[in-house]
Design a protein around this ligand. Structure first.
Ligand code: 26V
Length: 798
């Protein structure tokens, strides 16, 4: 069947499909079905509607002999898929109608789906947005990653402290995946390398199988469907019969347990968890399986490996799959007998690398001991790559292998055809800092691709009220062409239209307020400014700057309770890596401040502080449409791009922020007058660090800051343990590497400008609407078009 001939799905079709799956896929009657059964039945009914277009996409790619794009990523933070699938297939009315008829509540059914948290934060969510945009643009593509049994840990609070529990999304059957037992590759680790007649032969000590699980990813209107292929580790021999026969039942199950460890759990630290052997195993495991799969597909169509660069583009999402360089060279040279230089040239023609951070502690390195033990042949190949590169570039002073470490950034750069940063500022800093030498040698290699977000999930689906207003105003072309939001601009001065815009935001805030009340017992005033900071907890993201300002604000309100304060609700959410104690202290401090401030009858109706537990994609979808103010307050030069900042702007929440990452480009587009800028620039940050005693000087110059810090130090928020936050106070008044104190005064000023601006509600609404109208450029469709044109040389087929 051709997609053009696919029958339109009516509410009745969908209802029948749900009932049929309920009976024949899950063995339940409507009387015995639980919410989960209904949710699975609906998911299967929706998934069925993707399959034809999925087959069709594969067929058309083969027929066109098209170049394929492979996105290799340790993380895909996909969240829930059911509502997204329904929205993209334009089945929302039918699904609501069918469930209604069956006596079921749509929100309840889609809300039953576990949030697949197969990523830590920005990098993983970007990969998920990219998959959706690749499908929307009809680009033949596949995502490769790991099918973690346990995604990012679940967070709760005990007396304000972060507690971690394992995440268990796979305890239930995953509705969207197809197991592919026939797609299995054997992956080796360790062992030795021998020389057989001048040929290197690697004999691994341990082997596991990588088994594929495929999830279809439908683009907008379901015209094209790509695949997310996640690898699960299995034992080569699942059961040791000899042990069993000896009566050693535990030993008999050992091989399976050991192999499975590799895909068991996502590493929860996105900066410092370095040098862990299991992580290197995970990296090689999924990268090697992906490359074997890519070559198998290539071999089925072509027999000249020289054609690889014109038929295959591989994108390395950060350095985590960097072993793809040496592994592809190994496959071509050792296993297929191509001369080394040819193999290296072909690999360099296929591979590209995206850098997502300049934080030194997050740049991956492996000790040559660990690396050589696990991947002895790859270490030799790394050295040959290093030598070949040094020979071709005699002025090179650094190397991939230095200080007994393998530097994965250097390796990725050298093995890549193109290297990209994720915002204009970040790309510039890459050239000036970590890749200065390599950039001078290869000045054409580094390109910028500013991040984006998919408008289907981050506007159409999560914010139906604003979406309807937009569609009523400019019709629905914006969904696939987000820059058309510009057409809203003539309406922002129309009073009736702007009332509708304000009403959508007000209703979203009221929804959030009732959810906060129902699920957390929190009462918030929907008239207050909803000021939101949601992201991973990191010192450079400066949640502590935000809470310091909240403390100073609280103190100032108490000084003068009858003044005309603009009521504010400050909402935080975010997880700290389990071993990142400073970040955990910041969480606890925010929770302690919330407890004290929210209990103060004098300030209660003017300031409230909330830290919501277990931040994930689903919570972001709930919070962002209800936000008035977006907090993007990192130390300039540290946030590579940010993508939450784009989601807030798009949903009509102006930013209070620094000139960091994509904030710079957001401000350029929405207009300086619609953005609350504060703080030092990246250059000023460097200069300020050189000032002796910069923190102490900043504290002496700002009595508000001094008083807020003193309150923390005096135990105002931890009466039973006054020195609980001594470490934070000491850090801020001493070293203060992230310059919280030096940026405080200007942040305070910007926040008071926010208060004044919010008090003029029609002017505020205009500012919010202009943020929406001018954020269309931040669609991940635009980003992916950039990768297709500048990096992959790939074409869309729809
Ligand atoms: C690094 C490491 C180091 C070793 C242990 C595990 C691990 C896991 C992840 C990472 C990379 C984190 C980098 C990251 O998420 N960067 C974010 O990427 C976003 C998408 O480009 C960007 O918007 C954020 O600014 C950037 O912080």
């Amino acid at each position: 069947m051709n997609i053009a001939t696919l029958p339109v799905v009516s509410r009745d079709n969908l209802r029948d499909a749900i009932l049929s799956h309920l009976a024949y896929s899950f063995g339940k009657t409507p009387e015995t079905a639980q919410t989960q059964d209904w949710r699975m039945a609906l998911s299967y009914a929706v998934r069925d509607r993707m399959v034809e277009a999925w087959f069709d996409a594969t067929r058309r790619t083969y027929d066109a002999g098209a170049k394929r794009v492979y996105y290799l990523s340790m993380e895909f933070l996909i969240g829930r898929l059911l509502e997204d699938g329904i929205v993209n297939l334009q089945l929302l009315d039918q699904a609501r109608g069918a469930l209604d008829e069956l006596g079921l509540d749509f929100a309840n059914i889609v809300g039953d789906e576990p949030d697949a948290a197969l990523g830590n934060g920005g990098l993983g969510r970007l990969a998920a947005c990219f998959l959706e945009s690749l499908s929307t643009l009809g680009c033949p593509a596949m995502g490769y990653g790991i099918r973690y049994e346990h995604g990012l840990f679940q967070q709760s609070f005990a007396e304000g402290r972060q507690m971690e529990a394992p995440e268990t999304w796979l305890l239930q059957r995953h509705a969207w995946e197809f197991e592919r037992p026939e797609s299995r590759y054997r992956i080796g680790f360790g062992g030795s390398v021998s020389d057989e007649a001048g040929k290197a032969v690697w004999t691994p000590a341990v082997e596991v199988d990588a088994e594929a699980f495929d999830t279809p990813i439908a683009g907008w209107q379901g015209k094209w469907v790509n695949t997310l292929r996640l690898w699960s580790a299995r034992a080569v021999h699942p059961f040791d019969l000899d042990s069993f026969n000896r009566g050693d039942f535990e030993g008999a199950a050992q091989p399976e347990a050991l192999a499975r460890t590799i895909s068991r759990v996502l590493y929860p630290d996105d900066t410092t968890e370095q040098g862990k052997e299991l992580r290197l195993k995970q990296e090689f495991f999924f990268t090697a399986a992906a490359l074997r799969d890519i070559l198998r597909r290539f071999d089925s169509e072509y027999d000249d490996p020289g054609l690889l660069p014109s038929k295959v583009a591989v994108q390395l999402n950060d350095t985590h799959p960097a072993i793809a360089g040496p592994e592809l060279v190994r496959l071509l040279h050792d296993e297929r007998g191509l001369p080394f230089d040819d193999a290296m040239g072909i690999a360099q023609g296929c591979l590209n690398y995206t850098n997502h951070t300049l934080l030194p502690e997050a740049l991956e390195t492996w000790s040559e001991g660990v690396f050589g033990k696990l991947l002895p042949r790859h270490l030799q190949i790394v050295d040959r790559i290093d030598d070949a590169h040094a020979k071709a570039n005699p002025s090179r002073s650094l190397s991939i292998r230095a200080d007994h470490q393998v530097h994965m950034g250097e390796l990725s750069f050298i093995m890549a055809n193109r290297v990209n940063g994720v915002s204009a500022l970040h790309t510039g800093l890459m050239k000036e800092t970590v890749f200065e030498e390599l950039h001078a040698l290869h000045p054409e290699k580094i390109v910028n691709q500013t991040n984006g977000v998919t408008p289907r999930r981050w506007l159409l689906s999560c914010n139906p009220r604003l979406s309807s207003l937009i569609t009523d105003t400019i019709s629905d072309g914006w969904v696939a062409d987000l820059e058309r939001l510009q057409e809203l601009e003539p309406h922002v001065d129309d009073a009736a239209w702007s009332d509708r815009y304000a009403e959508a935001k007000r209703a979203n805030k009221a929804d959030l307020a009732s959810w906060l009340s129902d699920t957390h017992g929190l009462k918030v005033d929907p008239e207050a400014i909803f000021d939101i900071q949601i992201k991973r907890m990191h010192e450079y993201k400066r949640q502590h700057l935000n809470i310091l300002e909240a403390i100073a604000h609280w103190q100032e309100i108490k000084d003068n309770p009858s003044a005309d304060w603009t009521p504010r609700v400050k909402i935080f959410a975010g997880k700290a890596a389990p071993g990142y104690f400073f970040a955990k202290d910041i969480i606890r401090l925010i929770n302690d401040v919330a407890r004290v401030v929210n209990a103060d009858p004098e300030t209660r109706d003017k300031l409230e502080v909330i830290f919501l537990p277990n931040y994930n994609v689903t919570l972001a979808e709930r919070l962002i449409p209800a936000a008035d103010l977006s907090e993007q307050i990192s130390t300039a030069g540290k946030e590579a791009s940010g993508t939450g900042n784009m989601k807030f702007a798009l949903n009509g929440a102006p930013t209070v922020g620094t000139l960091d990452g994509a904030n710079v480009e957001i401000r350029e587009r929405v207009g300086a007058e619609n953005f609350f800028l504060f703080g030092m620039t990246a250059d000023e940050v460097d200069a300020r660090r050189a000032v002796e005693d910069h923190a102490r000087k900043a504290i002496e110059a700002d009595p508000r800051l001094a008083r807020a810090l003193k309150a923390i130090g005096d135990g105002v928020f931890s009466a039973n343990e006054p020195d609980r936050y001594a470490n934070i106070v000491e850090n801020l008044s001493g070293h203060d590497y992230f310059l919280v104190c030096s940026d405080f005064s200007d942040y305070w000023r910007a926040q008071r400008e926010v208060d004044a601006a919010f008090a003029d509600r029609s002017a505020w609404t205009r500012m919010a609407a202009l943020n929406t109208a001018r954020s269309g450029w931040f669609s991940s469709d635009r980003t992916i078009r950039g990768y297709m044109a500048d990096i992959w040389d790939a074409k869309g087929l729809v």
